[in-house]
Design a protein around this ligand. Structure first.
Ligand code: PBG
Length: 323
């Protein structure tokens, strides 16, 4: 009778041996927490499709940032909900815009936390698209001008890193040049290089009040069917000066994450998006899965696939567990 000489179960026998052979470690260093900032004072408005997450006014944001820092989370990424929206998304690059106010307050009151800003127009435009609309379509090159203004104004208000998420062609180089020209050569750039037109952004669009008012984002965000295009997008962003490249969403695109890890040496981020978060929360609420274990397993899988860092709404919860 055949009997195995090598028995894999020997290395699974108890917790200590499992710790010794574990190949991937999830730590609090891996996390970037997304936060939504809104006008007002003392506002903590829960986002129903993202349990535990709130739209925060600047004063509440400062408190939240402080508690994230205490947990050891190295960075936050900010999304703004402006007082009002218009055709050209002027709130995105206004001196007293919501993100600019938030950055100044955070810089003054919270030390030693890396501040990233999402650079995009969709939260600020009345039509909800990520750029300037002309003849019913997003005009790429006119949008670049506004994105560069937005990035520069974030840097001037105190951002340490800007993260363009709009998916316009050439925006990384355009923003990099504008930052350098204005004296912000030390501000780093994390590019949403590979961002798919995904159904998993649904809850975010509720949180940021930013669904497109007509059509969809398929003429600028990527087709979920494409891998080689992902490699082209990432290499363009690297050529244009991106410091960090990103894949978004994460869980349905672990193959893409892995492909980028194999192909490029740049630090690689993954965005575990709102819909991925909501699915786990909803199933856990129903008692269909163990939410905590599922969360840690999902985050670990993103790390294992190749992510050096993870933008995730689980950051706080996971940090509390990982210590
Ligand atoms: C802005 C932006 C979006 C997300 C991050 N930046 C929304 C979108 O492109 O529709 C989604 C994040 C998430 O779902 O958690 N363009």
């Amino acid at each position: 009778m055949y009997f195995p000489i090598y028995r894999p179960r020997r290395l699974r026998a108890d917790a200590n041996i499992r710790r010794m052979v574990r190949e991937t470690a999830l730590t609090v260093d891996d996390f970037i927490m997304p936060l939504f900032v809104c006008p007002g004072e003392g506002v903590r408005k829960p986002i129903s499709s993202m349990p535990g997450n709130c739209q925060l006014s600047v004063d509440e944001l400062v408190k939240e940032a402080e508690s994230l820092k205490k947990l050891g989370i190295p960075a936050i990424i900010l999304f703004g909900i402006p007082e009002s929206k218009d055709e050209l998304g002027t709130g995105a690059y206004a001196d007293d815009g919501i993100i600019q106010q938030a950055l100044r307050a955070l810089k003054a009151e919270v030390s030693d936390l890396l501040l990233i800003t999402d650079v995009c127009l969709c939260e600020y435009t009345s039509h909800g698209h990520c750029g300037v609309i002309e003849n019913g379509r997003v005009n790429n090159d006119k949008t670049l001008e506004l994105l560069a203004k937005e990035a520069v104004s974030h840097a001037a208000a105190g951002a340490d890193m800007v993260a363009p998420s709009d998916m316009m062609d050439g925006r990384v180089g355009f923003i990099r040049e504008a930052l350098d020209r204005e004296g912000f050569d030390q501000i780093s750039l994390m590019a949403y290089s590979v961002k798919y037109a995904s159904a998993f952004y649904g809850p975010f669009r509720e949180a940021a009040e930013s669904p497109p008012q007509f059509g969809d984002r398929k003429s600028y965000q990527m087709d979920p069917a494409n891998t080689r295009e992902a490699l082209r997008e990432a290499s363009l962003d690297i050529e244009e000066g991106a410091d960090i490249i990103m894949v978004k969403p994460a869980l349905p695109y672990l193959d893409i994450l892995h492909a980028l890890k194999e192909e490029f040496d740049h630090p690689l981020a993954a965005y575990n998006v709102s819909g991925e978060f909501a699915m786990i929360k909803a199933a856990a609420e129903k008692g269909w899965i163990d939410g905590e274990t599922a969360m840690l397993e999902a985050l670990l899988s993103i790390k294992r696939a190749g992510a050096d860092m993870i933008l995730t709404y689980f950051a706080k919860e996971a940090a509390e567990i990982l210590g």
